[in-house]
Write a protein that binds this ligand. Structure first.
Ligand code: F6R
Length: 596
């Protein structure tokens, strides 16, 4: 239960466990938060020393006790928990049903239990290995069999799984934080590996069943630093966590095979999504900028008009809301007073409501009709980084879903979007390799009094987010402008004391951005080496127009805000560090602004 609690950020709409108890596998599953499961266990305790557990956030099938994990085969001899998505589950379900298997849930997970049942001949490890050859998708999954009570078999394919080596006890978990209180010796599994945990220890095999020797990592963090994972600041840790936080946001929701996204927790039917005629997004600060990116995505993919408002302004302008409006509140904390108030106002006026929220169990998540949970894990640093990229990714999921439900998107376009989203965590990882160059940039410009960020189109909000990050943790005055607006006034500011950073990656507005940069560069100050570009890998031509370039990997325009913001986060971080500021807790700010 303690381990599950550490994983609750991944999902909390239902939970369950199975324990090998006196020759039987005993199952407990409850809808709602872990407390419900815990209360049940207090009333009727279980005994046993081998078990598996899971906390769920619905994708396939509603949050009910039947859909909660663990799932079982027909005989109740096999139990399974699973994170991720089994893309060919419908084919497998059909095949297994035809062979006489009876299904009790709407989940993709349940096919795993029946598939392993159909392949079982007295050896759980062999059956899991054989099942692995039949399943497609992204998953980490763990099995037990009644007749092999001292054994747990796990499988990793695209979703995290880590083994913990204790003294007289061993563990498997989807995040090391779940087991750190019991052991510091861990083995990180790689994709395609099968792990058998038993009294004898932890044994790892490749996908053909051949034993592998794995490195045992010792985690030396003390409990406080455990959360910092060895990084100097939470902010840096959270920036570097983005490949995995994005995997958590996107992972189980993309079905390449079926060519669709799964937003099981949306709480709004397809008919309801078809009936809306307008979207209003309310949010504050960084979440507001994510909303602005979302506007581009939703309008482009679903053709629904989208308005984005500062939540603090929204209520006071007598907004036009009808019962055909979908109001979306975006919030990391789910507690921001202004956003909550704007949301309540939308509800009062008859709108359907959706929350794009990170914090589990927050007030906002309890007040909306549906939640698209970010699942990016706790964000400790006051300056938001990983929650922002997860918000943008979640908005792309939503925009794709809306476009599909409203029949605005051809299948090939959806397939392309799914592919872009699948590649995103890897591209962010590559982008993080710019850290040293960005640090050098920060060293050049840390003493600037001002900073100007320019962007266009879907990356104009990226410029705003970059300026906000720099302001809030380094206290340097920074402003963002739509590059095309410069000549209407702000260009007058340009001089040698004003570094200009432009988002100039390949996009539909690339040529326009370049001419805007030429305008800036023809001004005196810019010629002295103050124009910096974030550009696409391979774009050598840009060096003729700017003084410094940070290259980021090429990607489609719709996902580019997630990639492009990464060097801006790093720039803010390194600048603040050089200036000796209190990075994780900047002056005058709080993580959760619960006052109006
Ligand atoms: C910026 C930042 C704030 C928050 C804003 C909204 O780094 O952290 O601007 O984004 O206060 O907070 P949430 O998302 O919790 O509603």
């Amino acid at each position: 239960m303690h381990g599950l609690r550490r994983l609750e950020y991944r999902g909390y709409d239902s939970a369950g466990l199975a324990i090998a108890d006196g020759g039987e596998l005993v199952l407990r599953r409850e809808v709602g938060k872990l407390n419900n499961l815990e209360e049940g266990l207090k009333r009727a305790p279980l005994t046993g020393n081998v078990g598996i557990g899971h906390t769920r956030w619905a994708t396939h099938g509603r949050p009910t006790a039947f859909n909660a994990h663990p799932h079982t085969d027909c005989s109740g001899q096999i139990v399974v928990v699973h994170n991720g998505i089994i893309e060919n589950y419908l084919d497998l379900k059909r095949e297994l049903s035809d062979a006489g298997h009876r299904f009790e849930s709407d989940t993709d997970t349940e096919v795993l239990a029946h598939l392993v049942e159909s392949l079982y001949a007295g050896d759980l490890f062999a059956a899991v290995l054989a099942a692995y050859r039949r399943i497609e998708g992204t998953f980490a999954t763990v099995f037990m069999h009644r007749d092999e009570p001292g054994k747990v078999v796990g499988l990793r394919h695209g979703a995290p799984l880590v083994a913990g080596l204790g003294s007289e006890e061993h563990f498997l978990a989807s995040d090391v934080t779940a087991i750190l209180d019991y052991t510091r010796q861990v083995v990180y599994l790689d994709d395609g590996e099968v792990v058998v945990v038993s009294k004898e220890g932890v044994r790892v095999f490749d996908h053909e069943g051949l034993p592998k020797v794995k490195e045992v990592h010792r985690i030396d963090w003390n409990p406080a630093a455990a959360e910092k994972a060895g990084y100097e600041h939470f902010m840096l840790k959270e920036i570097f966590e983005q490949p995995s936080s994005l995997t958590n946001t996107l992972g189980g929701r993309l079905d390449e095979r079926e060519g669709r996204v799964f937003l099981g927790d949306l709480g709004l039917s397809e008919a309801e999504l078809r009936s809306i005629d307008r979207i209003v997004i309310v949010a504050c600060g960084t979440a507001y900028y994510a909303g602005l990116v979302g506007k581009y995505m939703i309008e482009r993919l679903s053709r629904l008009p989208v308005e984005v408002d500062f939540a603090s302004e929204f209520r006071y302008r007598d907004p036009v809301i009808t019962d055909r409006t979908l109001a979306i509140a975006i919030s990391q904390s789910g507690e921001t007073a202004d956003t909550l108030a704007a949301l309540r106002e939308c509800r009062r006026l008859g709108a359907k409501t959706l929350g794009i929220i990170n914090a589990i169990g927050s007030t906002m998540s309890r007040e909306v009709d549906g939640v698209l949970s970010l699942q990016s894990g706790p964000e400790i640093s006051v300056a938001s980084t990983k929650a922002y990229t997860s918000m943008v990714a979640a908005l792309l999921l939503l925009a794709t879903h809306l476009g599909q439900v409203r029949e605005e998107l051809a299948d090939a376009v959806v397939a392309g979007l799914i592919n872009d989203m699948k590649r995103l965590p890897g591209l962010v990882k590559q982008t993080l390799e710019t850290a040293d160059e960005v640090q050098a940039l920060a060293e050049t410009f840390a003493l600037s009094q001002h900073f100007l960020f320019l962007g266009r189109g879907i990356n104009f909000p990226t410029a705003m987010e970059g300026a906000l990050k720099l302001k809030e943790i380094s206290y340097i005055h920074a402003e963002a402008y739509a590059a095309g607006e410069m000549k209407h006034g702000p260009i007058a500011l340009i001089n040698e004391a004003m570094p200009v950073l432009a988002l100039a990656t390949r996009s539909s507005t690339y040529d326009k951005v370049i001419s805007n940069l030429q305008e800036a560069k023809s001004r005196k100050g810019a010629a002295r080496g103050t124009v910096i570009a974030i550009a696409t890998e391979g774009d050598r031509a840009i060096t003729a127009h700017v003084d410094r370039v940070i290259y980021v990997p090429g990607c489609s325009e719709l996902v580019s805000p997630v990639i492009n913001v990464v060097p801006l986060q790093l720039l803010a971080y390194y600048t603040a560090r050089i200036l000796g500021k209190d990075i994780d807790q900047p002056r005058n700010l709080a993580k959760s602004v619960t006052v109006e």
